[in-house]
Design a protein around this ligand. Sequence first.
Ligand code: ATP
Ligand code: MG
Ligand code: MG
Ligand code: MG
Length: 472
Amino acid sequence: QYRGLNELREMYLSFFESKGHLRLPSFSLIPQNDASLLLINSGMAPMKPYFTGEQEPPRHRVTTCQKCIRTGDIENVGKTARHGTYFEMLGNFSFGDYFKREAIHWSWEFLTSPEWVGIDPDRLYPSIYVDDDEAFEIWNKEIGIPAERIFRFGKADNFWEHGSGPCGPCSEIYYDRGEEYGCHKPDCTVGCDCDRYMEVWNNVFSQFNNDGHGNYTELKQKNIDTGMGLERLACVVQGVGSLFEVDTVRNIMKHIERIAGVEYHKDEKIDISLRVITDHIRSTAMMVCDGVIPSNEGRGYVLRRLLRRAARHGKLLGINRPFLSEVLDTVIAENEGHYPELAQKSDYIHKVIEMEEARFDATIDSGLSILGDMVAAVKAEGKTELPASDAFKLYDTYGFPIDLTLEILEEQGMTTDRAGFDALMNEQRERAREDRKKMGDLGWASENLGLDKSIKTRFDGYTIMDEQATVL
Ligand code: ATP
Ligand code: MG
Ligand code: MG
Ligand code: MG
């Protein structure tokens, strides 16, 4: 049965309410009191203190739909059917309350019961951590899944941890979308990187704490942390080809198609650009709404990089004017029902994105053409590495984030001297620091971005390490 993304979100939250969970709103994308993360990337991340027992949760069973950003997936966006840098994660959590048995039974009930989502059980495959026999018994004996349909994976796939904090073995649920989505390799099966077997839900049996240095200790309480991508669930239920064709997301893409005068599903290159822009305008709208401002470091850099990458893909589609803040209207219209803050801060979000786009628009065309010349010069010498000084010039004069330059070079089978670039960046930072010292307090005057002063953002530049910006 067809169900819209908004309906599925509501179904999930009310299903877990019926199992005694307290429904909480999504937390902000900006982590609070957690320097190990730049942006919230999962439902559990903002609730770490409840898992470790540091803080008492409002109830021992909680359910949320959490806004998430995963910059690590940026290169997948546009290429796979199942990755966005932004997505919503549905989750049910137990803080020292129920454990594996209930978590597995409820996930199966929600997905397969005709009263709920009603997915064909023959298309679903669970995976477990290699030596988690307890989970195996539950899937096999209690749910009745034959042993050969239960996959055992190692640490990389079935031991969940992100940064420091609570972690543990997990059991994932995969959906077979059918051969037509597969890579057709003879060994293609659950766990294959292609889009045929799509992971929809991850049940984490969070029972350890990682101190951040790889030392694991048993937590005082055993917890459950689950995460299911709302767009992936909708993709399955709606039987569409990718996350980007899910109802609300598709409407955003349609807006871009109208502006560019192109159609989806006609040309793979165009499709990639459409998917990249669709994803990035979603992620950046949500980030700005939660108080991130474009800058050259930390979260602000992530935002800038996403916006400029989207702007460049707009150029690839032949759009010759700033357009992202127009598409923003559809992002807000499609999401304000569940996230009313989008409508409340609409003017502000428009202003931030417009300013950033205008700033880049002034230099992107000349930057792209200079980069073209640089590439031609390197190629003429029979080389494939762009000098660091060129990459730095593109950054410094034309506002090209290094990752954007790298991406464009990669398309040409080229690279750049990354270490050389970083060294030039450090020199520049050093110079700026010296200049600021000389100017005393006045040095900060240039930081005035002319933004709406009534919007408060927490300044936490000091708690976020520079390295994180480069890792991401
Ligand atoms: P994958 O292996 O497909 O990259 P994952 O194992 O990295 O997914 P988890 O960290 O287990 O994902 O997150 C829980 C759930 O969140 C996943 O099962 C999936 O439904 C969803 N999810 C994860 N990453 C993304 C993404 N980039 N875009 C959309 N949904 C995602
Ligand atoms: Mg992943
Ligand atoms: Mg996975
Ligand atoms: Mg997973």
